[in-house]
Each structure stands twice: as structure tokens, then as C-alpha cells.
Design a protein around this ligand. Sequence first.
Ligand SMILES: O=C(O)CCC(=O)C(=O)O
Ligand SMILES: [Fe+2]
Length: 200
Amino acid sequence: MHLPGWLPLEAQRDLVERCRAWARGPGGMVRHRMPRSGLMSVRMTALGRFWTPYRYSAELPDGRPVPPFPDVLGELARNGVAAAYGAPPPADAPPFDVALVNFYDSEAKMGMHQDREERADVPVVSLSLGDSCVFRFGNTETRTRPYTDVVLGSGDLFVFGGPSRMAYHGVPRTLPGTAPAGLGMAAGRLNITIRASGLP
Ligand SMILES: O=C(O)CCC(=O)C(=O)O
Ligand SMILES: [Fe+2]
């Protein structure tokens, strides 16, 4: 489900500020090394649990604890699922407890992948800020066609759950210079994905 402009500009601005604070945290903004494809072009920081290809851990690589998952993101995610699917996840579903904050400069992209490190069948909630991007949403079987390219702009909500939860997806490119005026982001794209890890 794609809800363009779901977040008002004021809320977008607030999230950009929060992302800056999270990026300055102990985990930093990291370019992960992928087993086959080398260094990722996207920089990311994690909240709740640290993500490296391809697992979650409770500690940062240096042994320090991962910054906590902020309540504000859990609330946004439940509201996002409600907006997309008509109701928030059931009360007994595993809670949202992990967020990955991705930063794309004008060259960055993300290859086709599944979000499959979670142990819970809860939708993934994605929020975009800053420059728009081409988001490629595919099928659950292969990283190739059929897929649909959608432009995700600042403030857009994208939720994938149910039969789409394991769909391959990626970001072939960003569209530099498309961020709204007054957002407080000079360049680049931020994406926050909020997930329920289902881990103890
Ligand atoms: O940047 C996006 O829109 C997608 C990010 C993503 O797929 C991920 O973090 O797993
Ligand atoms: Fe993903």
C-alpha cells in the first residue's frame, strides 16, 4: 500500500531532526559490506537492534548496546498500518521493535532483496523523507520481473504485509533536487523502515 504525502511537512521536519540525532548516535551511519556485492552505497543506522547482512544483533559491533527503539516510531508504524490496511496490527502481534534509517546520496541505490531477518509476520512500514526515489516493488519468488516501479516522495508511507510481506524490493535510483522546500534537508533521501523482529 502506497499512501503519498501521508506525513504532513511539519512531521517530516521533526523526523529529519530525529534522524540527525540518531545518525550522531553510537552506531553511526554505516556502509555495510555485503557478502557478494561489496560495500553498500546506502548508509544506515539501526535502532532497537543492529542489522548487518544478514542478521540482527542486540549489540553494536564494538559491544555497546544498540540505541533503543523509540516509542515515536512504534506509534507511527501502528498508525501507518491502520492507514494502509484499515486497522493496526492485532494487540497480540509481536510489537514493532526495530527501525533502520537509510541515507541515500545522489548516487546511492539498494539492490533487490527481501526483508527476511524478522521472525514475525507483521507488515514492514516505510517512511521516506527528502529527495524522491524510484522504488521497485516486485514479487515474492524472484528478484526479477514482474515488478512495479513507484516514485516514493517525501512524506510517503509504503506498507507491505500479508501476501506482499516477502516481496523483493529495491531502490534503483534517487531523483536529486526533488525534496520539498522547508524540509530542512539540503540533499539526499532518508528512508526509515520500521519492523517487528519477533525476536525475544
Ligand atoms: O529505501 C527504501 O525505500 C527501502 C529500504 C529497504 O528496503 C530496507 O531498508 O530494507
Ligand atoms: Fe528492504
